[in-house]
Structures are given as structure tokens and as C-alpha cells.
Ligand binder design. Structure first.
Ligand code: HEM
Length: 388
């Protein structure tokens, strides 16, 4: 099958703010399209994206999971940017403390942070949900779990934004991101020494694994950086998107208030319709057939999670926000060996925040909403809401 070339720039300002119409065009064109400008193949349909993320042998992460070659040089051989067996070794260290049963020990703490923050905000006539809630909540929860000191936390959002921007093509956002990424790298690899990490936190556990030889000692700062890079800004987007979606769909909010057993299904639907991570890439290790189209060996392939989750071939009326849908097979966390290691924590955070709103407010109204521009993420830059 011929692979059509496209002239849509998925990383243009307009598409980054609202990528969904462009994704629908790509899905209609065929299973694979080629972007000559950036020299990448793009998969946009659910079945194809899902098969590719599950096939690490043909779709490798080891040459980076960003688009531009410059950004990919910075990934090193970290958890996100390695293949088994190296990846397996890193995963074995990061997985256990982020499993549901380990996280249950932190349930009370996470609920208390949510109760304090949401309680203060709903008492105000209106509030800005990104900077006043989603960001401080996620930074507080994840930094405490990781055992990060207070000093430095004020930079985490800027660094993560930069980190996800350098994963785009070599455009202006990526260029601007390199300075912030470098600061994050310096902090994790040089400034933050193991003795500054709290005793019981994730960070110390990573270093302890290095001390006993479960992982190369030089991989430990990289695991710490994975938490700063991937562990907060992602969840921030889910929290603010959830308030946006319920503000825009008051019937769905009332439905959830009437039946709180729908909360897990609602969170899956929020992640399906507004996945914070929109796209990562892989490199083919052999010639690969994707639904009848042949991608050559050594090609960089963009996997559009945001498009797969809206594929009409998989989800009925995919642009409709329906909290009863329970789309457990959404691809917001990826799938296969690289499936998000923080997925349970992220969902626990979103649930803690929504539980507080459910306890306290009957209505959520969106006053102002502005979508951010980031090469890999989709979420709100600013969201003013009032509740009653
Ligand atoms: C709603 C929030 C989140 C979303 C949507 C999300 C999304 C993703 C996705 C799509 C991947 C797969 C990458 C790939 O296939 O190449 C991933 C991997 C990863 N995520 Fe998350 N993530 C979230 C929260 C978190 C949290 C809370 C943490 C840590 C505390 C975290 C840490 C990581 C790490 C370290 C990886 C790499 C795993 C690997 O390559 O084996 N993420 N995430």
C-alpha cells in the first residue's frame, strides 16, 4: 500500500493547542502517513499504535522516543529510552514502590493534601486550577513520595515542560527547552546528592538498589530524573483537564455525583479523551508491515496516543465525553514493556482530587480556559473555574 505524504505540521501552534481535527485527517488518510519535512512515519489508528507499543523488538526505544535528533541525543540510556534487557533492569527498581499495594501506604497523605488544597480553593469565588491546584498538588505529592528536598521544587514544572518540548522536532519550542532540560539534568545528576533525599522516599530506594548492585550505580540519578521529568507535569494535565471536562459537561458531573461508583470509569474516560502524553516515537529495527503499509528499517515512527484514543474504529462517538464508557483499554499510559510505571499513582492523585470536589461542590463552571503549547503534552495553560 502506498504511504501518503502529508503537509500537516503536527507541531504547529494551532495543532498543539487542539490536535484532534488534524488526527482525524491522518486517520482517514491511511494506517501510516509520512511527514517528509521531519522525516517521520506517523501511526494514528488505535490497533496500529497499540501493536507498535507492544512490539519493542521491532519498534525500539533505544535511540530515543522524541522526534528530533538533537533532543534524542539527551535521553541517554534511561528507563524511557532503552530496550530489554537494560530496560528490564531499570524497571525492576522503579516498579515495586509504585505498585498499588505500595502506594496504599500513602493514601491518607494524598487524601489530606487534596482535602487541604481543594477545601481552601472552593471557599473562593473562583480559582486558577493549574497554578493553584494541579501543579502544587502534584509537586507536593510526588516530591514527598520521592523524598525530594523543598529547595528545587519551584523549578520542576518549568523543567518538565522543557523536557517534553525537547522531545519534539527541532522547532522553536525544542530550542527554548534545551536550557531548562540542562538545568534539570544538572540538578538530578550533580546538585541533588543521595544524602539530601528523605530516608524512606523513592529516590533513596533507587540509590539503595545501586548500592547492592541491582542496577548500575550510574543509572540512579537517571531514575530520579525520570520522576522529575515524567512524574508530575503529566498528572497536572489530567487534573486540570478533568475539571475542564466536568465544567463543560455538567450532565456528566451530575451523573457522577449521583453515582460515585462511576469514578474509576470517569477517570479512564478523562485519560482517553484528553491523554496528557500525546505522542512518543520509536525506531524500526527491521522492515515492518503496518496494516498493509511497509515502513523501512531504521525509520523514526511517531505513535499518536491522542489519536488512537479517538479512533472511531475502536470507540463509538470518540469525541463524546461519556463517563459510563469505562474505556480500560485506552492508550494514555502506553502499553507493553514501557507502559507508564506511574499509572497507579497518577490515577490515585486524580481520584483524590475529584473525591474532594464530589464531597464539596454541586457545580463546576469554567470561566476561562487556555490550552498550552508543548511538543509532547496536551493540557491547559490556564483554567479559571468557579464552584458552588
Ligand atoms: C496522567 C499521568 C501520566 C500519563 C498520562 C503518563 C503517560 C506515560 C506514557 C504514555 C508512557 C509510555 C512511554 C512509552 O511508551 O514510550 C509513560 C512512561 C513512563 N512514565 Fe508516565 N504518565 C503519567 C504519570 C506518571 C507518573 C506519576 C510517573 C512517576 C511517578 C510517571 C513516570 C513514568 C516513567 C518513569 C515512564 C517510563 C517507563 C518505561 O519506559 O518503562 N508517569 N508515561
Amino acid at each position: 500500500m502506498n504511504i501518503p505524504s502529508i503537509d500537516i505540521d503536527l507541531w504547529s501552534d494551532d495543532v498543539l493547542a487542539n490536535p484532534y481535527p488534524a488526527y482525524a485527517e491522518l486517520r482517514a488518510l491511511g494506517p501510516v502517513v509520512y511527514d517528509a519535512e521531519r522525516d517521520v512515519y506517523i501511526l494514528s489508528r488505535y490497533d496500529d499504535v497499540r501493536s507498535a507499543v507492544q512490539d519493542w523488538e521491532q519498534f525500539s526505544s533505544a535511540s530515543g522516543v522524541g522526534v528530533g535528533e538533537q533532543g534524542n541525543r539527551f535521553g541517554g540510556s534511561g528507563i524511557l529510552t532503552s530496550d530489554p534487557p537494560r530496560h528490564e533492569q531499570l524497571r525492576k527498581v522503579m516498579n515495586p514502590p509504585l505498585l498499588v499495594r505500595s502506594l496504599s501506604a500513602h493514601q491518607t497523605f494524598i487524601d489530606e493534601v487534596a482535602a487541604r488544597m481543594v477545601g481552601d480553593l472552593v471557599a473562593k469565588p473562583s480559582f486558577e486550577a493549574v497554578s493553584e491546584l494541579a501543579q502544587p498538588f502534584s509537586i507536593d505529592v510526588v516530591s514527598s513520595l520521592a523524598g525530594f528536598p523543598e529547595e528545587g521544587r519551584e523549578h520542576f514544572m518549568r523543567w518538565a515542560d522543557a523536557g517534553f518540548n525537547i522531545m519534539g522536532p527541532d522547532n522553536a519550542l525544542a530550542q527554548e527547552g534545551f536550557a531548562g532540560f540542562y538545568e534539570m539534568f544538572q540538578y538530578c545528576f550533580t546538585t541533588l546528592t543521595p544524602d539530601q533525599l528523605a530516608d524512606q522516599g523513592l529516590g533513596r530506594q533507587f540509590y539503595a538498589a545501586g548500592d547492592v548492585g541491582n542496577v548500575d550505580a550510574d543509572a540512579c540519578p537517571g531514575l530520579v530524573m525520570a520522576v522529575v521529568w515524567a512524574g508530575m507535569d503529566t498528572t497536572v494535565n489530567s487534573i486540570s483537564s478533568s475539571l475542564y471536562l466536568f465544567g463543560q459537561h455538567p450532565d456528566q458531573w451530575q451523573r457522577l455525583r449521583a453515582d460515585r461508583s462511576l469514578l474509576q470509569s470517569a477517570i479512564a474516560e478523562i485519560l482517553r479523551i484528553e491523554p496528557p502524553v500525546q505522542r512518543f516515537t520509536r525506531v524500526t529495527t527491521s522492515e515492518v508491515d503496518v496494516s498493509g503499509s511497509t515502513i523501512p528499517v531504521g525509520a523514526r515512527v511517531v505513535l499518536l496516543f491522542g489519536s488512537a484514543n479517538r479512533d472511531e474504529r475502536r470507540f463509538d462517538q470518540p469525541d463524546v465525553f461519556d463517563i459510563t464508557r469505562n474505556p480500560v483499554d485506552h492508550l494514555a499510559f502506553g502499553r507493553g514493556v514501557h507502559r507508564c510505571v506511574g499509572a497507579s499513582l497518577a490515577q490515585q492523585e486524580v481520584k483524590a482530587v475529584l473525591d474532594q470536589f464530589l464531597d464539596r461542590v454541586e457545580t463546576i463552571e469554567v470561566r476561562e480556559a487556555e490550552w498550552r503549547r508543548n511538543n509532547s503534552l496536551h493540557g491547559l495553560e490556564r483554567l479559571v473555574v468557579s464552584t458552588s
